[in-house]
Design a protein around this ligand. Structure first.
Ligand SMILES: NC(=O)c1ccc[n+]([C@@H]2O[C@H](COP(=O)([O-])OP(=O)(O)OC[C@H]3O[C@@H](n4cnc5c(N)ncnc54)[C@H](O)[C@@H]3O)[C@@H](O)[C@H]2O)c1
Length: 321
């Protein structure tokens, strides 16, 4: 018997990449899995029902239990339908893994209203929609060990990426929603955590230099989509004590994040600050340039030597017509 035997888990965006690896791992561990994925292009266009069905076939061929769902997480009724499908097919729903995303990367001046809305609709509203319907279902149940695992990105948490207004904002929102839902759903016996993968080889990261490099056969590949799956399995498992946590995963390293942390502070009592006083005291504080953070996190990993060279590369991308 696998450690997740008897638990039913809905994984969104499970047709490819990290979600697919999570679905396979969860099913191997004994879970019944709802494999949700409409099989869209990276930017959300199109759709292919065969993408989710292929993962279900793979799970069944390995002796596991799974059912496909091709609804969009951004569609309110379809989100409800995924929860209903889990219950109809397997009799219950124990956990939701909100993993689905699309990406449209452009600098602020080129990004359209629709491109902003589309990414936020899948990543942020989709996480809300599926979590909402799961919580509605759980509210009517015996209070027991239930879980939500959201998925965020370093772009939005630790190193917001230029060209990702929509994606970074949505991912930061997912992390914020995680802590709100952890507090709200505690009373229903539901734990809510968030994983934040990094440098995992999927179609989203294909263009990143060096992503195609893998160690020799037989050695663990730190960029394999499967690196996130054991953590997700732990977070949905019965008796896991974690809730309200946002955990970054890169290869075999898992970091517990502390979110926005209060930094230097200036205080004036008894009267409003003047602009001149602020110019003197606030500007004298140790302020962080977010680009330094980005360059430290990604510049070396992308093979670009030096902060200035990295900034020139980023600006060239932003200046495209
Ligand atoms: N790959 C990385 O290194 C990395 C880094 C940070 C965060 N992430 C996060 O990991 C998650 C998975 O990303 P991935 O790299 O595996 O991407 P991916 O493109 O390989 O997989 C995403 C899947 O989501 C599906 N999807 C898109 N719109 C959907 C919708 N409306 N409803 C349901 N499913 C939908 C797609 O069809 C696709 O199969 C995402 O949340 C992403 O933000 C990935």
């Amino acid at each position: 018997m696998g450690e997740l035997a008897g638990r039913t888990v809905l994984v969104t965006g499970a047709g490819r990449g990290i979600g697919r690896a999570e679905a396979l791992y969860l099913a191997d561990a004994g879970a019944n899995v709802v494999v949700n994925d409409p099989g869209v292009e990276i930017d959300g266009r199109g759709g292919d029902g065969g993408i989710a069905a292929a993962v279900v076939d793979e799970i069944r061929a390995r002796g596991g239990r799974a059912v496909a769902d091709t609804g969009s997480v951004a569609d309110w009724a379809a989100a409800r339908g995924m929860v209903d499908r889990a219950v109809a097919e397997f009799g219950d729903l124990h956990a939701v893994v909100n993993n689905a995303t699309i990406e449209v990367n452009k600098g602020l001046e080129r990004l359209t209203e629709a491109e902003f809305d589309d990414v936020v609709a899948v990543k942020l509203k989709g996480t809300f929609a599926v979590s909402h319907w799961a919580a509605v279902y759980w509210r009517g149940q015996e209070r027991a060990d239930r879980a939500i695992v959201n998925t965020a990105s370093g772009s939005g948490l630790l190193n917001p990426l230029p060209t990702q207004t929509n994606y970074a904002a949505a991912n930061a929102g997912v992390a914020a929603m995680t802590t709100v839902h952890a507090l709200e759903l505690r009373r229903l016996g539901v734990r809510v955590n968030c994983v934040s993968p990094s440098m995992v080889r999927t179609r989203l990261t294909n263009p990143v230099p060096g992503m195609d490099q893998a160690p020799p056969d037989g050695q663990l590949d730190p960029k394999d989509p499967a690196v996130v799956a054991p953590l997700v399995a732990y977070l949905v498992s019965e008796g896991c004590p974690l809730t309200g946590q946002v955990l970054s995963v890169r290869g075999g390293s898992i970091a517990v994040n502390h979110g926005w942390a209060r930094g230097a502070q200036v205080t004036k009592d008894g009267a409003l600050w003047t602009v001149a006083e602020l110019a003197e005291s606030l500007a004298a504080q140790p302020l962080e340039d977010p680009f330094d953070r980005l360059a430290t996190a990604l510049g070396g990993a992308l093979g670009v030597q030096g902060r200035d060279a990295f900034e020139a590369m980023v600006n060239a991308e932003l200046d495209k017509d």
